[in-house]
Write a protein that binds this ligand. Structure first.
Ligand code: NAP
Length: 285
């Protein structure tokens, strides 16, 4: 397939780098600035994406649309694109459940588009070997080809949409839920006054957990506001698969309590501040 133009909706921390990666194919990568923040505009500029201003123009001018937005906005974005009667290839690369992926697939297919389901694992694409984009759907190989010359590793994992979202769910079900669990455990130990004793015991028998819990505070707490929707999606996915939803519903609640650390990276949140916030927010409930 000859892909001349790709729309990236919208250039977030991850999305801007995916757009830049797609541009290595020679395709024109466009985006729509209307309604987007200054931060997004600056990221898009740095990534070299072409601003066509409105979503209407982005839809009209593109062969492929890459949806990389907050998971809770993914379905609404697909509905808006479908309202504009998009007939190209619509890729949803967000951390959503298989059920939401199916709804998005139905929404865009009814308008005449071909749906490709995607899931991103790793960090924004700045070095080779750090980021995978898993794709499933009949046109997944065409989408993967966009990234052949880039630092993004695009992998096709099936002809049926859904597999890529399921893989992302399985992966994040462990990484993000265990971050939330470790922070809840550190808070519990502090509430009970056994935090020092727990750290001493961990040093003997679970030597990696103190480092992991400190890292969860520093790295995961600033992003936790975005994980709420993702944890809820995973809980729903587990339930639909006949498994308990409780692990990830609880992780969603822990992430929601970490909202005061939204996007705080300098200085990164210290474990003591995270424990205090989880305690205080717990008492207020
Ligand atoms: N960041 C990572 O390391 C990472 C890793 C793996 C997977 N992912 C996945 O990639 C996706 C996007 O992540 P990201 O890091 O690029 O997010 P992000 O930095 O938070 O950026 C989100 C982008 O979407 C826009 N946006 C915000 N609210 C919106 C809404 N209600 N409707 C439509 N667009 C909206 C934002 O624009 P404004 O600036 O105007 O708000 C911004 O351009 C998510 O599904 C995430 O799970 C990210």
């Amino acid at each position: 397939m000859d892909i001349k133009s790709v729309a990236l909706l919208h250039p977030g921390n991850m999305g801007a780098t995916i757009g830049a990666a797609a541009a290595t194919s020679g395709a024109r990568v466009i985006w729509a600035s209307q309604g987007r923040s200054k931060t997004t505009q600056e990221r898009a500029r740095q990534a070299g994406l072409v601003d066509v201003e409105t979503l209407t123009d982005a839809v009209r001018e593109s062969d492929v649309i890459l949806s990389v937005c907050p998971p809770h906005a993914a379905l609404d974005l697909a509905r808006t694109v479908a309202e504009h009667r998009f007939k190209g290839v619509y890729v949803d690369a967000n951390a959503i459940s298989r059920t939401t992926a199916k709804q998005i697939g139905e929404t865009v297919s009814q308008a005449g588009a071909t749906f490709v389901d995607g899931g991103i694992i790793g960090s924004p694409v700045k070095r080779a070997g750090t980021t995978r984009l898993y794709l499933s759907g009949s046109r997944a190989p065409d989408v993967a080809e966009l990234f052949t010359a880039s630092m993004l590793d695009a992998k096709t994992i099936g002809a049926e949409p859904g597999a890529a979202s399921a893989l992302k769910v399985a992966y994040a079900a462990w990484t993000k839920c265990t971050d939330a669990l470790l922070l809840a455990i550190r808070t519990f130990a502090a509430v009970e006054g056994v935090d020092k004793a727990l750290l001493q015991e961990w040093t003997i028998s679970q030597p990696d957990l103190e480092r992991r819990s400190n890292q969860a505070a520093a790295v995961a707490a600033p992003k936790a506001w975005r994980y709420v929707g993702e944890m809820e999606e995973i809980a729903a996915t587990f339930q639909a698969a006949g498994l308990p939803a409780g692990f990830h519903s609880a992780a969603a609640e822990v992430c929601a309590r970490l909202a005061p650390f939204k996007d705080q990276t300098e200085p990164a949140p210290a474990i003591a501040a995270v424990i205090d916030t989880l305690r205080v927010n717990g008492k207020q409930r």
